[in-house]
Design a binder for this molecule. Structure first.
Ligand SMILES: O=C(O)CCC(=O)C(=O)O
Length: 214
């Protein structure tokens, strides 16, 4: 297996694919073309126009700010009649591929390079222990930065291409943050589908990195 440093360096110059991490801090895999390019484009177009995107404001320190992207959400247990066919089909494929009973999909729409998600981990009280998070990307490629919270403090930069699937194990949410930084590059719109096995709401667990307005 490649070590972390090799992987992060490799990503700067090459296309990233396969297992990016697989140790006691968790497993991260990247599968380009999980969905073929034509399907990814069709799903992007349909979801872009078909989802009722909402903007949110969140507390950041002592003030409220806009969340810098638009959001959507559908439950999958079972999917309601209002759930777009593209979401149902994407969920079917991701569940079949990973064998994980995802019951929730969060949608993010990045309108341009000013939209982003700040470094964070998923709240551990919000997801079922042991289950990974899967991110399916549609539209423009955006770069995700994944950083270890403690030494050895390695970082990875993964270009999330349309049709790709990034899977982050539960433990990675304890040991890493992930985020999609803003960019000055002229990038098109991107939609991500974040599949999760959601738990009943519980108090925060140790290891949760609480971030706001991400
Ligand atoms: O857009 C992405 O791929 C990342 C989304 C994310 O980190 C989240 O929804 O928590």
């Amino acid at each position: 297996m490649r070590n972390w440093k090799q992987v992060s360096q490799l990503k700067l110059f090459d296309s990233c694919q396969g297992t990016l991490a697989d140790d006691e801090r968790g497993r991260i895999t990247y599968t380009p073309e999980f969905v073929d390019a034509e399907t990814a484009q069709t799903w992007f177009t349909e979801l872009h126009s078909g989802v009722t995107w909402r903007s949110e404001r969140r507390e950041m320190y002592d003030r409220e700010v806009d969340v810098p992207r638009l959001l959507g959400h559908f439950r999958l247990d079972p999917a309601s009649g209002a759930t777009p066919a593209e979401i149902r089909e994407a969920a079917r494929r991701v569940v079949a591929h990973l064998g994980v009973p995802f019951n929730s999909v969060g949608l993010n729409l990045y309108r341009d390079g000013r939209d982003s998600v700040a470094p964070h981990n998923d709240h551990l009280y919000d997801i079922c222990e042991g289950f990974p998070i899967a991110l399916l990307s549609l539209g423009a490629t955006r770069r995700m930065t994944i950083r270890a919270k403690a030494a050895p403090r390695r970082s990875m930069h993964v270009d999330l291409e349309p049709g790709s699937l990034l899977v982050m194990g539960y433990e990675t949410q304890i040991h890493y943050t992930h985020g999609v930084p803003k960019t000055r590059a002229a990038v098109g719109e991107r939609i991500s589908l974040a599949f999760r096995v959601k738990a009943e709401r519980q108090p925060p667990k140790a290891g949760d990195e609480r971030t706001f307005a991400r």
